[in-house]
Ligand binder design. Sequence first.
Ligand code: BGC
Length: 346
Amino acid sequence: MKKVLFVLLALALCLTATAAFAEKVGVSMPTKDLQRWNQDGANMQAQLEAAGYEVDLQFASNDVQTQLSQVENMINSGCDVLVISAIEGSSLGSALALAKENEIPVIAYDRLLMDSDWVSYYATFNNYMVGTIQGTYVKDALDLDNAEGPFIIEITAGDPGDNNARYFYQGAIDVLMPYIESGKLVVKSGQIDFTEVATPTWATEVAQNRAENILSSFYADGTNLDAWLCSNDSTALGVANALAANYNGTYPIITGQDCDIANTKNMIAGKQAMSVFKDTRTLAAQVVKMVGQILKGEEVDVNDTETYNNNVIVVPSFLCEPVFASADNYKELLIDSGYYTEDQLK
Ligand code: BGC
């Protein structure tokens, strides 16, 4: 009995010592409202804990002030590294200044932190390539190089406060612009510029409202839509909802990004043509590696030191590769890889 007690005591002491010495990583995610950030948060936490770190994971309800105070708390409570996915890239200046004062390295996660010299590294997917994949899909699906056309398209982009949104938009527009200019592709609403097609907060309802307005103003006469370029899945869902209620023509190609569950179901049902798969496990693994390299004082793996200028510095970045997804390859990408179970998609 005594022996057992001794072993238990030793074990307890050991655990307390580990907890006291484990380095702490603060992980700040923008919101729980969109599926991907829940997955990102869960993956980061699981992988960081498996690597022996203590984790302070917070979600900020898409509210900038909440994110600011959460990050400040992480700093004040002794986090050794911060991993931040910003709601608004340029709104965390005071928290980053505090991190700088305390010399706490900061990794921008998925979204770049803007207007600060205190961003150590950036880990994301190749955001421009996401847009290229979407634009190229539209070009090929409509066979823009050979078919006579003209084809009718509308465009929905992301949140102007998120640096990624312009990269997605630009990647797609660079592919499609020559066809818009030649008249083979017609944006019937005339809304083409990023500022006209953006979706503040990336919200499904915001995208849906705009799509409903466009449908009633420009398509009530029975004009058929051939494609609706959407930068991501939450906005694609809004467009699909608007079409379901306000449109009787031939169903258009809709693009997306993230392979959210609702959108993957829509792909299977033929209501969304494609998405872009960004395996959040890969990004989390890369960031866990970065955290380890930073804390051990090792050289940090990056593969891009030119693209991501945050208006003050060019942030050394690691870009993971996004992958085209559709009803044809979702099983292999999402189910065989263990990202989702078959039941989740029923
Ligand atoms: C992410 C996308 C996501 C969007 C909305 C972007 O910063 O890169 O994957 O769909 O935010 O949450």
